[in-house]
Ligand binder design. Structure first.
Ligand code: SIN
Length: 190
């Protein structure tokens, strides 16, 4: 599967007559909400874990030096915390472009902090997309992140801002925090 998913996403869901749709964000969509929303609520989705297994050629890296960004991997018993946004379906035009490097929209059930549920959409980069990098040790992921930058900025900014956002959500994600710990031991450019 190509890593440009704009056209595929356009054809995936019909929003006929819908005024609003819930979107669940677990990566940069938590700390960079560059789109209008009607409501924002901390939420989680069950059976998924966050992993820095997706390559980024267009935002936080380049084709020559891809960065690593978050995707979700199925894991029974795991919960992934994030931020849910109630948005107008028209916002997907912007989001599909932003998430075009391998992410497809999937239907999911999210659970809000008060236990209420809602159906909505989540962008996931699955192993079938050609930008997928897959597992690596947290220390190696940190090294790759330390060396990558792209049009949206340095890759380490993505990781560090996500770690801060997860602390604010009281979600001590061991994978993200371990990468952060290694990243902080790597000297920056002179
Ligand atoms: C998300 O944040 O939900 C998707 C991945 C990303 O844009 O970082």
């Amino acid at each position: 599967m190509s890593h440009n998913t704009v056209e595929m996403n356009r054809q995936r869901h019909r929003f006929d007559g819908r005024e609003s749709v819930w979107l669940f964000g677990y990566g940069s969509l938590i700390f960079k909400a560059d789109f209008p929303f009607l409501e924002q609520r901390p939420a989680e989705i069950r059976g998924w874990q966050r992993r820095f297994w997706q390559g980024s050629h267009d935002h936080r890296g380049t084709v020559e030096t891809p960065g690593r960004v978050a995707t979700l991997i199925e894991a029974s018993g795991a919960n992934c915390k994030g931020m849910a946004y109630l948005i107008s379906p028209t916002v997907f035009e912007h989001l599909d472009f932003r998430e075009k490097n391998g992410y497809l929209r999937f239907l999911t059930t999210m659970t809000f902090d008060n236990g209420e549920h809602a159906e909505g959409l989540v962008y996931i980069a699955t192993p079938e997309n050609s930008a997928f990098l897959g597992p690596a040790a947290e220390r190696d992921i940190a090294r790759q992140i330390a060396n990558a930058r792209g049009p949206s900025g340095p890759n380490d900014e993505y990781l560090l801002r996500l770690a801060d956002a997860l602390r604010a959500l009281a979600d001590p994600d061991p994978h993200v925090f371990e990468i952060e710990r290694h990243l902080k031991t790597i000297p920056g450019p002179e």
